[in-house]
Design a protein. Sequence first.
Length: 365
Amino acid sequence: MYLKHFYLREEPFATTPDPRFLYKSAVHQEALDRIMTSVASRRGINAIIGEPGLGKSMLIRTLLKGFNDRVQFAWVFNTTMNSRELLRYICRDFGFTPKGEDLGDLLIELYTFLIREYQQGRFSILIIDEAQNLKPEVLEEIRQLSNLETASQKLLQVILSGQPQLDRYLNDPALVQLKQRISLKATLHRLNEADTSAYIRHRLKVAGARKQEIFTEAALQVIFEVSDGIPRLINQVCDNALMAAAAQKVKQIDAALILDLVQEDKVMTAEAGPAGDPGQAEKSENAAPEGESWVPPAGSAAAAAEIIERAAEICSAPATGEAAAPADEQSEPLPARRRPRVEPAVELEFAAGFDGLDLGELSIF
């Protein structure tokens, strides 16, 4: 194990969603504050949307931690249930076994529980994971659950967590009433290169690293190329790199070590692709929407080859302080594998009037 080798207290890149390790850029902090505000204001339904591995569960667990003992939550992972099964599951996850069998009786029991929690000053939060897989009739049931309320406030706070398909799903005319009830939608994006480096350093610091230069700058560049800023893949690459470095008894991880892991298929890579068109043959089943750049699918030969090519270029670049090769010996730079990422790591959309709320003392993270 590498903990002793690098003087770490714990694993910095474990896959469990521990809120202590959440990297909070300015936009992440705002997202947390805004979601906290929405829940604390009992505004009903919120949505967190992002690709797999971007940290949706981490964001939610950090939110729950912020409420301390003032929260009761039910977390639904099984999205294949029908409406009655869902209600029974929610009741059990809130800590009580419902006696009723039909939907009406189950709703009465849930309402009674929510009223009791509200009177005791606690927040009841329902989290639906992989919400894009829910059937329309189940989503409609969730919308109706959001109608459980007092004269002035919602009794149940709902967080829909899902992949980008959820965003498209919510645009279905049949779900317009549900979409209209979403107070806040937070869309997570992949990290840019600067945030990828800051993310790695943050997790090392939390784990007790005595120095932040365990990875060279070139290694951080290669990690970004390999992961494309997806936190789950960053964790995998970094964890494997730490194990390899400890086995080789080296104290600093360079770009060559990361490249070796990629070439030996010891780490998973994100999808990659140039801005140019690589040819119609490979585009047939993976064509991008009109106006967007085509990228090879994740795991394709084109994607893997390009990542290795870009990583090798970084490895061969002169280190800081070294003289560059003469101009006539320098090769033409490769085209950028990705267009510069300009969108924030988190994009927020508010219901009418919500963006003007004062965060005040709710920024507790």
